[in-house]
Design a protein around this ligand. Structure first.
Ligand code: AMP
Ligand code: ZN
Length: 313
């Protein structure tokens, strides 16, 4: 495994490391021995709570059904998606001990010797949720009501991507507003709520831009789909430049037309019996707070009055 914190080769690596140090020394994030796994301060969590509230208000006219899932979900559902084919390196499967007494004694002996003991563990029937809409799709099999359905989701996602960049965490929260219905309605939903989301994030003093993304839903298994995705504008990211001219901008939210990518896997149909299309607007909660800290400073008490007012700080 590479030492991501010490293998700094570019000016951008140095800038990311410096921002990380600033977050740790101000106490906004609490470091652990694993890059990308952090504790959050009380002040950080106040901003998360304010953002959560504002998002709920901004999207309230949708009348979305509120659902919350835990940060793990069934491996059988995971297997119905192509995630392990597309993003094997980001995936996380929960392991546990399911063998007998003899094997347990072997595990203990290995541990006593300071040897690895995880070889005695086996994958369980749960995986870490990579994107919080996946558990939702797994519950929607069958026909949708006329006009489709809208859901308000929030929770922790896991992506195994250890990084020096504090904006790239391994465990982080998302808030998602997901629509499932006809293809035309899904497209309209995405476009409408993209604009609303850009306006909301701009009102917080963030220098946001909406950029067609080229890191597709399809990952390794579908590199050839990248150009199709760009051409058809399926994924738009809301980015903020956080490292001046060293980097073009970090995505704090995305607005996606997933077409039938997950709805086909879970056999979700419109009221007319056609395969439904999905669209979602997903906010990276920690990313947004980090963008605010980078923009307005480490001390939330000295943030602009208007920003504090919107967030209820
Ligand atoms: P995605 O499903 O990849 O579009 O992710 C939705 C949002 O989650 C992104 O726009 C980011 O704001 C956030 N996000 C994605 N990956 C990470 C990560 N490794 N660390 C923190 N936030 C992330
Ligand atoms: Zn989603």
């Amino acid at each position: 495994m590479t030492d991501v914190l010490n293998d700094r080769t570019t000016a951008l690596d140095d800038a990311r490391f410096a921002f990380r140090e600033e977050l740790l020394s101000s106490g906004q994030l609490i470091g652990t021995s694993v890059p990308g796994i952090y504790g959050r301060s009380g002040s950080f969590e106040q901003v998360i709570a304010g953002l959560d509230r504002v998002l709920g208000e901004t999207f309230s006219s949708l009348g979305a059904t509120v659902l919350r899932f835990p940060p793990v979900y069934p491996r059988a559902d995971f297997e119905r998606t192509d995630y392990i084919a597309s993003f094997p390196d980001l995936s996380g499967v929960v392991s546990s001990f399911e063998r007998g007494d003899r094997e347990h004694r072997e595990l203990l002996a290995a541990r006593e010797e300071g040897e690895p003991w995880d070889g005695w563990l086996d994958p369980t029937d749960v995986v870490l949720t990579p994107a919080i809409c996946h558990p939702l799709y797994a519950t929607l099999e069958g026909r949708l009501p006329e006009g489709g359905a809208v859901y308000d989701l929030s929770g922790f996602g896991f992506r195994h991507e250890p990084s020096i960049d504090p904006l790239r965490m391994q465990s982080f929260r998302m808030r998602e507003f997901v629509f499932v219905g006809t293809p035309d309605a899904a497209q309209l939903y995405r476009d409408t709520w993209l604009d609303t989301s850009v306006a909301l994030l701009a009102s917080l003093g963030l220098a946001v831009d909406a950029v067609p993304a080229n890191d597709p839903f399809f990952g390794r298994a579908g590199k050839m789909l990248v150009s199709a995705q760009l051409r058809e504008n399926l994924k738009v990211e809301i980015t903020v430049p956080l490292y001046a001219d060293l980097h073009e901008g970090t995505a704090i939210a995305s607005a996606n037309c997933q077409r039938d990518h997950l709805t086909a896997a879970f056999d979700i149909q419109t009221a007319d019996g056609e395969t439904a299309h999905g669209a979602c607007v997903a906010f990276g909660m920690e990313r947004t707070v980090l963008a605010l800290l980078r923009t307005h400073g480490m001390d939330t008490e000295s943030w602009p009055v208007a920003v504090r007012a919107i967030l209820g700080l």
